[in-house]
Design a protein. Structure first.
Length: 164
């Protein structure tokens, strides 16, 4: 769609920040029943820390896609959305204010060795990360684009609980 057509279709947009927990790892303990049991979990997983979507498809974007103060989010050659650089910088500022550490990389590796003490044996284990998404929608309600970042928050949740 041509830029002129995009601007005529909907001049006004809403931009919202959404947060949710996303499971990145799930495990079952095969040695729950027995004398010893497994008292720990090794978490070693690679996660996408940043990406953008346009129309439900992953988009290319970033420093190299900035032209005349507009950051372009594009899917192939046909679909693209431009956001003013000031808006993109404000989105980053908002997330950094909340504790996100921009490391200028799109993937990160999470390594944790969790031990459960006190005689508790775990059955199921889940590792979750806090996902923050800025969602841009036209005022007519149609979806336009979203950027997603993994916040620097991790929740490790054992479902326990067979005491010794």
């Amino acid at each position: 769609m041509e830029l002129k057509d995009q601007m005529e279709r909907s001049v006004f947009y809403t931009l919202t920040l959404e947060q949710r927990w996303e499971k990145i790892l799930s495990m079952k303990n095969s040695s729950v029943f027995g004398s010893k049991g497994n008292d720990g979990v090794l978490v070693d997983v690679v996660v996408e820390t940043e990406f953008a979507m346009v129309g439900g498809k992953e988009a290319d974007w970033g420093e190299g896609n900035c032209v005349d103060g507009v950051v372009w989010f594009s899917v192939g050659r046909e679909v693209s959305v431009g956001l003013n650089l000031v808006i993109v910088e404000r989105m980053k500022w908002e997330q950094e204010r909340g504790g996100w550490l921009g490391r200028n990389k799109r993937q990160d590796r999470i390594i944790r060795d969790e031990k459960f003490e006190g005689g508790i044996k775990w059955e199921n284990f889940g590792c979750y990360v806090l996902v923050e998404s800025f969602v841009l929608k036209r005022m007519d309600g149609s979806f336009e684009a979203a950027t997603r970042r993994i916040a620097d928050e991790i929740a490790l949740l054992p479902r326990c609980c067979i005491p010794d």
